[in-house]
Design a protein around this ligand. Structure first.
Ligand code: ATP
Ligand code: MG
Length: 561
């Protein structure tokens, strides 16, 4: 975990105040409550790091609670993916819970409310109910069914549960206040009929509780002390409390809902519903496509759990929504991979060079440092021979003095190897350079200690020996959306901003040590960026994803355009 912050965020202040007022530390309990209707995204990471972070800080249990009250959208696949992602981020939940574990209890409490005259069955159409809702400044009007007798309500509710009615024919509503200034208090729906099988309770139920009725009561059943949710639920707090009032018994922990701002990331969308649209519309290949802002997509892209936690920690918790630039997320993965990723050489855009004074059949295995920042990472061997690839952009026939790479008549050092000099080049009929003939200085070998090996030349290039090179499929990514906040335009759908060039697939030539790389291994291709082995890799073909470049090129491009 990252180092402890000294200053407290406003939610920690609330907890500290509660501790001062008499809460015992042992009473603290938190939960992370995802709905299993999609994969977790980077926004959820904030909520996960918040809740599990508080758990670690106070030594308090944190439940993973699936908010599974809508069988139309929820699936076991999503439950499994969510568990995998939370664990991968490095957190351990105390108990795995499901709102559906509480369906019986919630039903019994609903019956109690009916008996107390605090809930009734409304048999109007949803359109009619909507008409009676009123406006924020005008009171709503009461349903003609509002004063049904307790007996009739009980009988109808039982009938709903028994499957006697079609969807949409009846709902159970709390009887609160149709004139409340908070529209959510105007007789909110507690149950609706849904003839759908549930991924856990199967066909046991055909009535399902609504979010508001479920969430606070689930917190209460689990004796959660602080229930943190995002700001869109601020207006729901009054209802959360009203529902709690109906079941609360003295001596128990009374959960407290508090709200913090949703986190939005630039050039993407953080909403399961919208991410589902990208998957279903085949804009991306899957939920874990490396372009997705999902935890599993970031993982496949090469992100480390540490980098995501550090990002969440840096942006912290806020009271107001804002847009976090994706380059901050990239900064954190670059920062972490710089410390842990082994260095290797790979050429993505090859240009052949031939060392004319290097014996044809000769090859040698040079020592290469795995991580200059970490001595313990040790050395590996890389093969050197007469014919090599360097990057196309590292050679120019002519260039000014500021071009420290290879030019005709100029010298560079080949990393871990020798100093070479470009003597001539060959072009195809279109004038493209296809080969550069060089000579090498046999005494200049890196690390040999000779006078020549210490000779300074301005440029150092990465390279691979052609006959030893490992061919790999390299997937390069760009922003998934061309717009900074694609889903905030009133007149345009976010799908209109999909970047058609977000994926480019090329062939790269890598040093042969990478033959043994395993799925999810992360490396730095020197002078290029960080890459990670994709699960599409087979024994025939190795596939790398580019995680991020060594520098923030995006900022430069947008500044200069
Ligand atoms: P989505 O619209 O993506 O489905 P949601 O809020 O409906 O988001 P839930 O599964 O209900 O998703 O969220 C679980 C928890 O994560 C909730 O407490 C929610 O407030 C929090 N959360 C979701 N999105 C964000 C976000 N962008 N930033 C911070 N917290 C978030
Ligand atoms: Mg939701």
């Amino acid at each position: 975990m990252s180092e402890e912050r000294v200053s407290l965020n406003f939610l920690e202040h609330i907890i500290e105040e509660d501790l001062e007022k008499g809460y015992q530390k042992a009473q603290l309990r938190f939960r992370f409550p995802p709905e299993p209707n999609g994969y977790l995204h980077i926004g959820h990471a904030s909520s996960i790091c918040l809740n599990f972070g508080l758990g670690l800080k106070y030594g308090a249990p944190v439940n993973l609670r699936f908010d599974d009250t809508n069988p139309a959208k929820e699936e076991q696949e999503f439950v499994d993916a969510i568990k995998r992602d939370v664990e991968w981020l490095g957190y351990q939940w105390d108990t795995e819970r499901y709102a559906s574990d509480y369906f019986d209890q919630l039903y019994d409490w609903a019956v109690l409310l009916i008996e107390q005259g605090k809930a009734y069955i409304d048999s109007q159409s949803s359109e009619d109910m909507a008409k009676q809702k009123g406006t924020p400044t005008e009171a709503g009007s009461e349903s003609p069914f509002r004063n049904r007798s307790v007996e009739e309500n009980l009988a109808l509710f039982e009938g709903m549960k028994a499957g006697k009615f079609e969807e949409g024919t009846h709902v159970l509503r709390a009887k609160i206040d149709m004139a409340s200034s908070n529209m959510l208090m105007r007789d909110p729906i507690m149950y609706r009929i849904l003839h759908k099988a549930h991924h856990r309770t199967n066909t046991d139920w055909c009535i399902y509780p609504m979010y508001d009725w479920t969430h606070g009561e689930s917190d209460y059943i689990e004796q959660v002390s602080h229930s943190f949710c995002t700001l869109e639920f601020a207006m729901h707090r009054e209802l959360y409390n009203w529902f709690l009032d109906q079941v609360y018994e003295e001596g128990n922990m009374r959960p407290k809902q508090r709200e913090f701002a949703r986190r939005n990331l630039s050039h993407t969308v953080v909403s399961k519903r919208k991410l589902l649209q990208l998957v279903e519309g085949n804009v991306v290949s899957s939920w874990d496509d490396p372009r997705m802002p999902t935890i599993s997509g970031l993982r496949r892209r090469g992100y480390t759990p540490e980098s995501i936690r550090n990002f969440a920690d840096t942006i912290g918790i806020a009271k107001r929504e804002n847009l976090i630039d994706v380059s901050l997320l990239e900064f954190h993965v670059r920062d972490h991979l710089n410390k842990v990723a082994p260095r290797v050489m790979g050429v993505l855009n090859p240009l052949k060079i031939v060392l004319t004074n290097y014996p044809e059949e000769q090859e040698e295995w040079l020592d290469a440092e795995n991580n200059p920042g970490d001595e313990a990472a040790g050395f590996r061997k890389v093969p050197f021979s007469r014919e090599l690839y360097i990057e196309k952009e590292d050679f120019k026939e002519e260039a000014n003095r500021k071009f420290f790479r290879l030019k005709l008549g100029g010298e560079v050092r080949l990393k871990n190897g020798y100093i070479i000099k470009a003597e001539s080049c060959t072009k195809d009929t279109n004038g493209n350079i296809i080969e550069v003939q060089c000579t090498y200085d046999p005494k200049s070998k890196s690390g040999s200690g000779s006078e020549e090996s210490l000779r300074k030349v301005k440029g150092t290039l990465h390279w691979v020996s052609i006959k030893h090179a490992l061919e790999a499929e390299i997937r390069l990514y760009d922003r998934l959306f061309t717009d900074e906040s694609p889903d905030t335009h009133k007149d345009k759908d976010f799908m209109e901003f999909v970047n058609p060039d977000s994926l480019e697939v090329i062939t790269g030539y890598l040093e042969p040590s990478l033959k043994n790389a395993r799925i999810e291994d992360r490396v730095q291709f020197q002078r290029i960026g960080y890459f990670c082995v994709d699960p599409d890799t087979t024994s025939e073909k190795i596939v790398f994803n580019k995680t991020v470049g060594l520098r923030d090129t995006w900022a430069k491009i947008t500044q200069s355009s």
